[in-house]
Write a protein that binds this ligand. Structure first.
Ligand code: URA
Length: 541
């Protein structure tokens, strides 16, 4: 395969040589050729041209660290024609990899993952990427597998890269160098990223500091902006960056003044600004003295602050008896009698769903896309209650359709529980999040938000009257049982609600998705054991 950086080694295996540490284009071309030639991942060694570690990046290195479900190699015999393995180009979630030659069809998730993963410092990243690409051609089910060990490993690595990029945008500190008459000053920063992110992150600084001339020096790669173009160069040494300057003194004064002692959360601060970055942050020298004085300063601030009225939450009445005519337009109907026929309860449930669309009982409605109400059979035997809709659910308006929902569906399938015969809902009906850049990051709902939503959940329970409820996670368990629940202690046990409905407490699927990789397989198996109990619930009282 000449011209692709591919050659055959002495042992007959292939050596794929990439032009640089972040050569995604080279990876794409080589991977496409290797897949076309049906070269299995274990027969490829990935190297970087000129790298002292060239020749070491093979799949064996990765596999020794990530044995687990889904780490099998796939077989050449099981190969399918290229382009047919995972769907058709008409599938909007499928993207061709590579240029004009035989396109490989892969999920969008893979394409996005690859862009970050190639920037990871781990020499085995290309081997992992090729392994996933290979498996995607041979194992169609891999595409939606939420707990595959290699997907998870790759996700974790891509996440680390994105986090590193985010930290770089937050923690680069420039120092000014005067360059003499007629020349714009140069701003130089020293920074030590964990991964190969300099080139990929440079456009952020270009946009942000378009009018300045600047250089960011890092140990492996440096980048400069001359007002017109970005220039990449080799790595530098810390001493190449200038010492503190007057501008920095100004910044320190500013930092000292904006430091709000009442909002000091040291653990959160260390999480957001890990200590290892401190050595290159001038303001880090102020953190100790400022935090030491924080207690006293916040006491003074509290003494000065006017008290604010608590927001009052309009609670929905349990029946419509107490309502005025004006209220009726957007409020749910009365709950039919317990023995009302299913169609009457279904109509009331639908009206309740409509009423919930306009819910403003707490501030969460202001930023969420829509109310995500429960869905399922009005005479379902089982009701599953989660915490709150996530990003996907908020956009689609349906509960449990994102990654947590996929894991939930997988468990339901494995246990033979028909989701379509159950009723699936959440304790909180609006998505609570915080924005990080463009990403909406889930935030746990506050107790007052769950309390404001409780009427909707209680109406769902009263209308569906399930034989049993499964509470997924602490927020759901608290809402359903009306008390704080220690999920790790009470999981896998039946509790009784005041209305006589048995409640099975277990983990939320997101807890499994967040668990360390090595614990996930066992965690999932234990979760299935809990959920299995829902197949034979105790009688209602
Ligand atoms: N997590 C939940 O608790 N509910 C959803 O619907 C999705 C994620």
């Amino acid at each position: 395969m000449p011209g692709l950086g591919l050659r055959v080694g002495a042992d007959g295996n292939r050596i794929a040589e990439l032009a640089g540490e972040t050569d995604l284009a080279g990876f794409r071309s080589a991977a496409r050729a290797l897949i076309a030639a049906r070269v299995a991942p274990e027969r490829v060694t990935w190297t970087i041209a000129g790298s002292p570690t060239a020749g070491l990046f093979d799949i064996a290195d990765f596999e020794s660290r990530s044995a687990g479900p889904g780490s099998g190699s796939g077989s050449v015999e099981g190969n399918r024609p290229l382009g047919l393995g995972l769907g058709t180009a008409a599938d909007s979630d499928i993207k061709p990899v590579g240029g004009t030659a035989t396109p490989l069809l892969v999920p969008r998730r893979f394409v996005q993952l690859a862009e970050s993963l190639v920037l990871h410092i781990d020499p085995a990243r290309f081997a992992l990427l090729y392994r996933l690409l290979w498996r995607l051609q041979h194992e169609p089910s891999l595409r939606d597998d939420a707990i595959d060990a290699q997907w998870l490993q790759a996700d974790r690595m891509a996440h680390a890269v994105r986090r590193d990029q985010h930290k770089m945008t937050a923690f680069v500190r420039f120092r000014q160098i005067e360059r003499g008459a007629g020349q714009a000053p140069l701003f130089v920063a020293w920074y030590e990223p964990d991964h190969h992110i300099v080139e990929a992150t440079a456009p952020f600084f270009m946009r942000r500091f378009a009018q300045m001339h600047w250089s960011i020096l890092t140990p492996r790669r440096s980048v400069s902006w001359d007002g017109l173009q970005l220039h990449l160069a080799d790595g530098a040494a810390r001493d190449d960056a200038p010492p503190p300057d007057a501008g920095e003194a100004l910044w320190l004064t500013y930092y000292q003044n904006i430091f709000n002692p009442a909002r000091l959360k040291l653990a959160m601060m260390r999480k957001e600004m890990p200590v290892r970055y401190w050595k290159n942050l001038p303001e880090a020298t102020l953190i100790s003295p400022l935090t030491a004085a924080a207690h006293q300063r916040s006491g003074t601030m509290v003494a000065q602050e006017p008290t604010q009225a608590l927001r009052t939450i309009r609670r929905l009445p349990a029946s419509n008896a107490a309502m005025t005519d004006a209220d009726h337009a957007d409020l749910p109907p009365p709950i039919p009698d317990r023995d009302a026929p299913p169609d009457q309860r279904a109509a009331a449930l639908e009206q309740t769903r409509q009423a919930a669309r306009g819910c403003t009982n707490c501030p969460l409605y202001q930023h969420a896309t829509q109310t995500v109400f429960g869905a399922g059979q009005v005479d379902a035997r089982l009701m599953f209650v989660g915490e709150q809709p996530g990003d996907h659910e908020d956009l689609r308006g349906e509960a449990f359709v994102g990654p947590a929902g996929q894991l939930f569906d997988k468990a339901m399938n494995e246990l033979g529980i028909e989701r379509s015969q159950a009723y699936v809902t959440n304790a909180v009906k609006h998505f609570k999040f915080e924005l990080r850049g463009k990403r909406r990051i889930h935030k746990t709902p506050a107790q007052r938000e769950a309390a404001a939503c409780l009427d909707w959940l209680e109406r769902e329970v009263a209308l569906v009257r399930p034989q049993a409820i499964v509470a997924l996670g602490a927020t759901a368990a608290r809402a359903v049982l009306g008390r704080t629940v220690a999920v790790t202690r009470e999981r896998g046990t039946w509790q009784l609600r005041g209305d006589g409905t048995p409640v099975l407490v277990t983990l939320h699927p997101s807890a499994l998705l967040r668990a360390p990789l090595e614990e996930r397989g066992q965690g999932y198996a234990d979760w299935l054991d809990d959920l299995r109990l829902a197949k034979t619930p105790p009688e209602r009282r």
